[in-house]
Write a protein that binds this ligand. Structure first.
Ligand code: PMV
Length: 305
């Protein structure tokens, strides 16, 4: 067995279709450079230490902490193994709509696989991480864990294998944190309630998101940034109509558009968390980021290697 093995799971931004993807519509997400890296090494007891949070967890199927139950579940999938110490480094804000929990699952499984000499494709790794994700979100669509494992830009619809989209040119994205925490489970429940109470209206909205995702795939593939920007703006309006925005997210979208962003929207579950804006090119992205009074970063999304 290797002495210490490293794994990685990328964070993600959803460009189109969050929430709708839970209910069967397609969505498009891009892997980002920030994510979660893990080191697995043999130890006296099983433990999981998360670096920036300074906390250690033990596997425990009966714990009230989802992280301890998820950790126990993942370890139990390896039939014969030594006890392991996992040390995790997170460079994503948690509860920000950037797929932190999925990235942690992908990264841990990747590190454990490597420590035990298990070979698994990135697609299989992403699929296995869905089991981890279920401890946190109840009914995850699968987009976070697959994007975390595979990276690049993915067109994903529940129950179908994801499709990689090759952007014509780089996409320059500005991500800004509202400073408020987003609770995916609550926001997913909010959308489900709406669907149950107003089925015709909600169905119509989901159909529109479906069309937006298909149009976005074309726009990304052909490099039509103006069209993609319009799609982001329209998708934001739909998310807003589901009561997923906040005053702060509205302010960030407005400021980004005033600074020339081609489009801006909530990304991820909403109710807090992050906004993503599309810039025309790299310098433009930095200008937009500087215009926002928020914690921001710029991401270049390009054709997968
Ligand atoms: O906010 P996040 O990173 O948990 O993203 C959730 C994306 C949703 O579409 C709202 C849920 C899902 O499972 O697809």
């Amino acid at each position: 067995m290797a002495n210490a093995s490293m794994g990685f799971g990328a964070g993600k931004v959803i460009l189109v279709g969050e929430h709708a993807v839970v209910h069967g519509a397609p969505a498009i997400a891009a892997g980002i450079r920030r994510g979660v890296s893990s080191i697995a090494r043999p130890a006296g007891t099983d433990s999981l230490h998360v670096e920036p949070w300074g906390k250690t967890w033990r596997p425990n199927a009966k714990s009230v902490e989802p992280l301890e139950r998820a950790f126990e579940h993942i370890l139990s999938r390896y039939a014969e193994r030594p006890r392991l110490r996992l040390v995790v480094r997170v460079t994503l804000p948690p509860g920000a709509g950037l797929g932190c929990s999925a990235a942690m699952g992908v990264s841990l499984i990747d590190a454990i696989d490597k420590a035990l000499g298990i070979r698994r494709s990135r697609a299989e790794l992403g699929a296995l991480a869905l089991k981890w994700e279920r401890f946190f979100h109840g009914n995850p669509s699968g987009i976070d864990n697959l994007t975390s494992a595979l990276g690049g830009v993915l067109y994903y619809r529940r129950s179908s294998p994801p499709r990689t989209i090759s952007p014509r040119g780089s996409l320059f994205l500005v991500v800004a944190h509202s400073g408020q925490r987003s609770n995916t489970k609550e926001m997913v429940a909010r959308v489900s309630q709406r669907l149950a109470r107003h089925p015709d209206w909600a169905r119509h909205a989901l159909d529109e998101v479906h069309t937006l995702a298909m149009d976005a795939e074309t726009a990304i593939g052909s490099g039509d940034l103006a069209a993609l920007g319009d799609i982001l703006n329209r998708n934001h309006e739909i998310l807003r109509s589901f009561n997923l925005s906040t005053l702060r997210l509205e302010e960030l979208c407005r400021e980004a558009r005033s600074a020339g962003a081609l489009g801006a929207k909530i990304t991820g579950a909403g109710g807090g968390g992050c906004m993503v804006a599309l810039a025309a090119e790299a310098e433009h992205a930095y200008r937009i980021a500087s215009a926002l009074a928020a914690e921001t970063f710029v991401e270049e999304v390009r054709r997968a290697a």
